[in-house]
Design a protein around this ligand. Structure first.
Ligand code: SAM
Length: 192
């Protein structure tokens, strides 16, 4: 049997922690599939921040959200995710339930506009500081494009160095092909 796409697994893993009314972040909005999922998961009373460095990508996201009628709960920002904290606001530190990174380039877009460790690692660091107790961050990293292997290695090293109150694991379902993207999961422990 063919393994499920990792993008579906990301949604399942995030759905397990998100409740209606909460706040979530898509740090690489792209074509908007993940933003739409988050917008549906947080519900009408929740909010989503979706960033992308390319205006054209956010336009795709905007159309997808409008088609589903959920655009009012999403703030779209053309921004580098290295600036995540100033984009979402310092007051959200420790209050965000879910953050998702789907790295690489925009499918069907300009492949030279691609995530890189110089901005991805600071963005991951910020993402972790934004997580609420019980919150979850997913990172889907690709190895097949130029620089992808180096970025995936940097992500893995950053994850491995992350200590308490976070736990980190890589999720790799049986049968996942060797060259498939790698999925890292960062969970912030519930406070006692
Ligand atoms: C694989 S795509 C994301 C797919 C998307 N999550 C979806 O559901 O369709 C990666 C996206 O990251 C964006 N990107 C690249 N560098 C970035 C950066 N420094 N900050 C924010 N977004 C960036 C690209 O423009 C591209 O749209």
């Amino acid at each position: 049997m063919k393994p499920r796409p990792l993008t579906d697994l990301v949604h399942e893993l995030l759905a397990a922690v998100i409740e209606p009314g909460e706040t979530a972040i898509d740090a690489t909005a792209g074509n908007g599939h993940d933003t739409l999922f988050l917008a549906q998961a947080v519900g009408e009373s929740g909010q989503v921040y979706a960033l992308d460095i390319q205006e054209g990508a956010l336009e795709h996201t905007r159309v997808r959200l409008e088609t589903a009628g959920v655009q009012a709960r999403v703030r779209l920002r053309v921004a580098d995710h290295a600036d995540l904290l100033s984009v979402v606001g310092y007051e959200l530190q420790g209050k965000v339930r879910a953050v998702t990174f789907n790295l690489g380039y925009l499918p069907g877009g300009d492949r030279s506009v691609v995530t890189s460790p110089a901005t991805t690692i600071p963005a991951l660091r910020t993402g972790s500081t934004l997580l609420a107790p019980g919150g979850r961050m997913t990172i889907l990293a690709y190895t097949g494009h130029d620089g992808g292997r180096r970025e995936t290695r940097a992500v893995e090293e950053w994850c491995n160095a992350l200590g308490s109150p976070f736990t980190v694991r890589e999720v790799r379902p049986p049968g996942t092909p060797e060259r498939a993207p790698r999925l890292f999961l960062v969970d912030r422990r519930e406070s006692r």
